[in-house]
Design a protein around this ligand. Structure first.
Ligand code: 5GP
Length: 221
């Protein structure tokens, strides 16, 4: 199992990003999780704008919110379409969140990582747990998981109310779930305690830099 994974890691080396004559590296799979309202969307939007990451657009059975665009925010699927893909093993991970399915398409993620591109996925804590224990060593090696911790539940309530996209009932439901998710921070390699969006971005960038220097990500050409 290990030998096989090691072999596929090396085989992909010739495709990966060339750093100089001697070294290249495979892509990093950055997983971001945070309770809704923790500032993750702002952070993810800022990271998308850097052009340094391939953002993996998830599939969901949740109906689109106003302003959301098919193929940009999500691929919006019916329950039947989602289950069909799930049964065909097309997802790297999937989970049920707030009563809807959410999942990450595997092939696109894997091919980008093998080409040396860093991939960003925004998934819940169950999804992150599934990636951490994913069967393929290649994925586990690529993973760098980051939890965005809201300062406290009151601040989260304030942010969710200000956002104004959910009903009071939905806000309470999300806060209940946020409390549960916040207990999972220790499972992540990194935790950013959310402050201003600028600070969060700066901290995330430090993590990215460090991850890119990890010896085990380098391949000798
Ligand atoms: P929202 O409906 O607010 O866009 O997202 C709700 C939750 O679903 C968020 O915590 C978000 O991170 C999570 N989510 C979005 N896409 C995926 C995915 O592909 N897989 C998993 N497991 N969670 C996802």
């Amino acid at each position: 199992m290990w030998l096989h994974a090691r072999r596929s890691w090396n085989v992909s080396a010739n495709k990966s990003r060339i750093l100089n004559k001697q070294f290249s590296r495979l892509g990093i799979l950055f997983v971001i999780s945070a309770p809704s309202g923790a500032g993750k969307t702002t952070l993810v939007d800022a990271l998308k704008q850097t052009g340094e990451f391939v953002y993996s657009v998830s599939c969901t059975t949740r109906p689109p919110r106003e302003g959301e665009i098919e193929g940009v925010d999500y691929f919006f699927l019916s329950n039947a379409q989602f289950v069909e893909r799930m049964n065909a093993g097309e997802f790297l991970e999937y989970a049920q969140v707030h009563g809807h399915y959410y999942g990450t398409w595997r092939d696109n993620v894997v091919s980008n990582l093998k080409d040396g591109r860093d991939v960003l996925i925004d998934i819940d804590t169950q999804g992150a747990a599934n990636v951490r224990t994913y069967q393929d060593e290649f994925i586990r090696q690529a993973l760098a998981d980051v939890f965005i911790m809201p300062p406290n539940l009151e601040e989260l309530r304030r942010r969710l109310t200000k956002r104004g996209t959910e009903t009071t009932e939905e806000i309470e439901r999300r806060l209940g779930r946020a409390g549960q998710e916040m207990k999972r921070w220790k499972d992540y390699r990194y935790t950013i305690i959310s402050r201003s969006s600028e600070e969060d971005l700066q901290k995330f960038r430090h993590i990215v830099e460090a991850e890119r220097y990890l010896s085990r990500r380098l391949i000798e050409n």
